[in-house]
Design a protein around this ligand. Structure first.
Ligand code: APR
Length: 252
């Protein structure tokens, strides 16, 4: 995309937003890339060196919980030193403008949206900061400090990360709300996701098709993705630069 094309696309996206009553956003790992958090599917991505089924599946955890906790310990330590970037902050500015008519659905587990100040966040894939006890089911916010490679609950049960792994269902209430928000919005902003993981990516067709006319879909990504064919406009560049420009173009 040339600088002129990007500029025209930002204007078009701002025009969609200006007339939107309700706005929903779906974010993925790309929104945190400029905070120094690796994405999953880049060649140097998070799964590199690990098989997904070893570190992000219930079977993998059953086979080798220490390996899984070492992997998540590394991720937690990485996030502990990370800060929200201008892309996260631009999404806070959008929430300030739309208030309760704004929802941010994130596939990210890093909590950087909340660190930036986002309030209406639906974490559909869980959080790195929480643990889930396999014995008493208690979910606890543990922050980002070290937990070791065999953390235990106060009840003596084994803890796992409160993360949705491959082969697992999404948290029912949160996922239901995400679908409702996607089906009700006038604009869906899809930021920094390869849009290959379902059901998360199905929020895009849900937004487009549930009502007539469906929502306008704005994609923000470094490259075209699985979502691009469903997007009304694509803003191809780093979200930490593109989103602040979009907010500025929207004006006060
Ligand atoms: N700005 C915008 N987009 C970016 C940037 C950036 N600075 N850097 C990378 N991207 C884009 C990539 O082009 C890619 O399309 O971010 C996307 C990241 O894609 P994935 O690594 O596949 O991450 P995501 O879509 O969030 O993965 C979805 O898969 O592994 C599971 O549960 C995990 O939530 C995750 C889900």
């Amino acid at each position: 995309m040339t600088p002129e094309e990007l500029d025209a696309a930002i204007s078009k996206a701002a025009d969609y937003l200006k007339v939107a009553r309700r706005v929903a956003v779906l974010t993925g790992a790309g929104v945190s890339a400029e905070s120094g958090i690796p994405t999953f599917r880049a060649s140097d991505g998070l799964w590199e060196g690990h098989r997904i089924e070893d570190v992000a599946s219930p079977d993998g955890f059953y086979r080798d919980p220490k390996l899984v906790w070492q992997f998540y310990g590394g991720r937690r330590a990485n996030v502990a030193t990370a800060k929200p970037n201008p892309g996260h902050l631009a999404l806070v500015a959008l929430e300030d403008r739309w208030g309760e008519d704004f929802t941010l659905v994130t596939q990210n587990v890093d909590g950087l949206h909340q660190d930036a100040g986002s309030r209406r966040v639906l974490e559909i894939h869980g959080s790195l900061r929480r643990t889930l006890c396999l014995k008493c089911d208690e979910v606890q916010d543990r922050g980002l400090g070290p937990l070791g490679d065999a953390p235990e609950c106060h009840c003596g049960g084994r803890l796992r990360p409160d993360i949705v792994w491959f082969g697992e269902g999404l948290p029912v209430d949160i996922w239901e709300e995400a679908q409702i928000k996607a089906s009700e919005c006038d604009v869906l902003l899809v930021v920094g996701t390869s849009a290959v993981v379902h059901p998360a990516a199905s929020l895009i067709p849900i937004a487009r098709q549930t009502r007539t006319p469906g929502a306008k879909v704005i994609e923000v990504n470094m490259t075209r993705t699985e979502a691009s064919a469903l997007a009304d406009v694509g803003l191809y560049g780093p979200s930490g630069q593109v989103l602040p420009r979009l907010v500025k173009r929207l004006g006060a």
